[in-house]
Design a protein around this ligand. Structure first.
Ligand code: ADP
Ligand code: MG
Ligand code: MG
Length: 254
């Protein structure tokens, strides 16, 4: 049973006037099969947490530990993290000029699995996953993120998730910019992956809307770079009604 353990994580970024601490002691344990929603106001550090777990070079770890089944994730390169089973769907996916979706997916799968997937089964796998996400087969021949609509970007992320089958999936604002129909299709994709019981999901979001489609086991409120409250799905209802105000006012640390 894979377990991601984050302990007292501190992360800084280079800012004007010197390093600025964004994460201030994050503690979180995510087990395979569990879904944790991380919710918080804009600027609270949610994306910083996602990028730090994925190994983005801009984010400097100044304290704490992150382990996957006891292995030191922070000591791993970005590729090693992916191979170990950590997957990040990004809030702002980048364009990869000249690389088709089909080639990109196969290269990623090869990197994660350690060997190239057999072409015939692979083509079938991709076709099925795309059909499940209501994607036009022609999409596979387009260049990655080139002219993708918001909905296409998100579908492409979930397509990667379904094909790469990570142990820990980090979904940062997967719901942003989606209309209700797209949100439902994308959520169904996430739920298909979850239903295998083999992925631990970190669902990062500002809004409670996606949680109507993807039921979290745990909800954590993120404010000013740390988790300030944890609970079950009912905590999301409270946030929907009351917002984040109670968590952000009175803090002196900005
Ligand atoms: P959230 O995802 O919760 O909206 P972020 O993690 O994106 O929050 O940002 C948290 C804070 O860190 C913000 O004040 C943001 O401006 C700052 N920040 C994030 N990344 C950088 C960076 N690369 N350089 C400077 N400041 C950053
Ligand atoms: Mg601390
Ligand atoms: Mg963010």
């Amino acid at each position: 049973m894979a377990t991601l353990e984050i302990h007292d994580l501190h992360v800084s970024v280079e800012a004007e006037g010197g390093p600025r601490e964004i994460l201030r002691g994050v503690d979180l344990t995510v087990k395979q099969g569990e879904t944790h929603a991380i919710m918080g106001p804009n600027g609270s550090g949610k994306s910083t947490l996602a990028y730090s777990l994925a190994g983005h070079p801009k984010y400097r770890i100044t304290g704490g530990t992150v382990t996957l089944d006891g292995e030191d994730v922070l000591a791993m390169t970005v590729d090693e993290r992916a191979r170990a089973g950590v997957f990040l769907a990004m809030q702002y996916p980048v364009e990869v000029p000249g690389v088709s979706v089909s080639n990109f997916l196969r290269t990623s799968a090869t990197a994660v699995r350690g060997e190239a997937p057999k072409l015939r089964t692979w083509v079938k796998e991709v076709k099925e996953a795309m059909a499940g996400l209501q994607m036009d087969p022609a999409f596979a021949e387009r260049n990655v993120n080139e002219g993708f609509s918001g909905g296409e970007k998100k579908r492409h992320e979930i397509l990667q998730l379904e094909l790469l089958k990570p142990k820990i999936a980090i979904l940062d604002e997967t719901d942003s910019g989606l209309d209700v129909d797209a949100l439902r299709v994308v959520s169904e994709g996430v739920n298909r992956v979850r239903s295998g019981g083999e992925v631990g999901t970190l669902l990062i979001t500002h809004y409670t809307r996606i949680l109507r489609y993807i039921q979290p086991d745990y909800v954590h409120v993120f404010a000013k770079g740390r988790i300030v409250e944890s609970g079950g799905a009912e905590l999301a209802d409270k946030l929907e009604n009351e917002g984040y105000e109670a968590y952000v006012k009175g803090g002196a640390s900005e």
